[in-house]
Design a protein around this ligand. Structure first.
Ligand SMILES: [Zn+2]
Length: 332
């Protein structure tokens, strides 16, 4: 448990209320769709299962939640475009609730915060639905997508994922073209799940900032999905941000905890300063962390940052300010 004195509790509550809390990744969208015989979860109801729904986003003080369209898993790939389009439909249906608004720019995020409603940003995790066709990227942009990762671990026509066999090749020419198109359109590029060699190709190709929407430090938790110190420095050199992944497997090999999650924040701040770390829960991606079991508990991160005596300015940056800076740079 994060133990704070009264003054610290007040400071944490004030900062969390003031912050525009941004979470750059969750896998909740699929759960709101019917799949097989399981009934879908209801975004509007506080659920017993899952980790994100509107009531819990409100409780957790999350201002802007990114909802990823995740479709890829082997045999399902042929249906990826259809499944992504169903997720687009669900995303806009969610906005029938007046407490939730879909956004495509920073002004929209800030206005929602001012109005006291939660905003949602649409992202694509894995480029399978694009079917190797950049014109489909433009179509998804028009449908509201503002963040894309080229791969969810597998090989796509755009890049190799961490799980792809022979994943040490160069970024394909199509990936290079797609990055240029994304910079033109104003879509944030997300390196989470991309293989290491392709990560470095992205660094060479891109001039502007990119993000790792849900990745931690490999040095503290040695899994391929986390970034090495050199990668973190390169991401920072580009002005990018890493969203901290709350799922135990990415936090620590043994006894993952909220404290150990914030150790990742400390390490990034030590390495590259306070401008390159944010939140990227990965909620509903299959894992849990005590004291951060669902999105209603996000204020515990703020309490831990206050306990570690981060300045007001740095807390606000980590909770969302850093991601907003990247969004402002990239979005048109
Ligand atoms: Zn993921």
């Amino acid at each position: 448990m994060v133990e704070l004195n009264k003054a610290q509790e007040e400071r944490a509550a004030r900062l969390h209320g003031e912050a525009v809390v941004v979470d750059t990744h969750c896998d909740s969208l699929g759960g709101f769709l019917r799949r097989g015989r399981e009934p879908p979860r209801d975004f509007n109801e506080r659920g017993e299962t899952g980790q994100i729904d509107l009531p819990r986003l409100v409780e957790g003080g999350v201002a802007c939640q990114t909802f990823a369209m995740f479709t890829a898993s082997g045999a399902l790939v042929p249906d990826a475009t259809l499944r992504a389009l169903r997720m687009v439909d669900k995303f806009y249906e969610m906005a029938e609730n007046p407490g939730f608004v879909t956004v495509t720019d920073v002004d929209g995020i800030l206005k929602a915060k001012e109005d006291g409603v939660v905003s949602g940003l649409l992202s694509l995790e894995g480029a399978e639905p694009l079917m190797g066709d950049i014109s489909l990227m433009r179509v998804f942009y028009r449908l509201g997508v503002r963040m894309i990762s080229f791969t969810w671990n597998f090989r796509t026509p755009f890049a190799d994922g961490l799980g792809a066999k022979r994943a040490e090749g160069k970024l394909p020419e199509l990936g290079v073209q797609a990055l240029e198109e994304m910079e033109k359109l104003g879509i944030v590029f997300d390196v989470s799940h991309i293989c290491d060699t392709n990560f470095w190709d992205v660094c060479d190709v891109m001039e502007g900032p990119f993000i790792a929407s849900h990745s931690n430090c490999r040095d503290l938790c040695d899994v391929p999905r986390n970034l090495t110190d050199d990668m973190i420095k390169a991401l920072a050199d580009h002005g990018g941000v890493m969203g901290m992944n709350y799922l135990g497997a990415f936090v620590a090999k043994e006894d993952p905890s909220l404290e150990k999650l914030v150790d990742h924040v400390d390490r990034i701040v030590d390495l590259v300063g306070p401008d390159h770390v944010g939140l990227g829960s990965d909620f509903d991606g299959g894992g849990r962390l005590p004291e951060l079991d669902d999105t209603s508990q996000v204020p515990n991160i703020t309490r831990e940052l206050v306990k570690r005596e981060y300045s007001d300015e740095d807390v606000l940056k980590i909770l969302g300010g850093n991601h907003l800076r990247v969004f402002k740079t990239v979005f048109k």
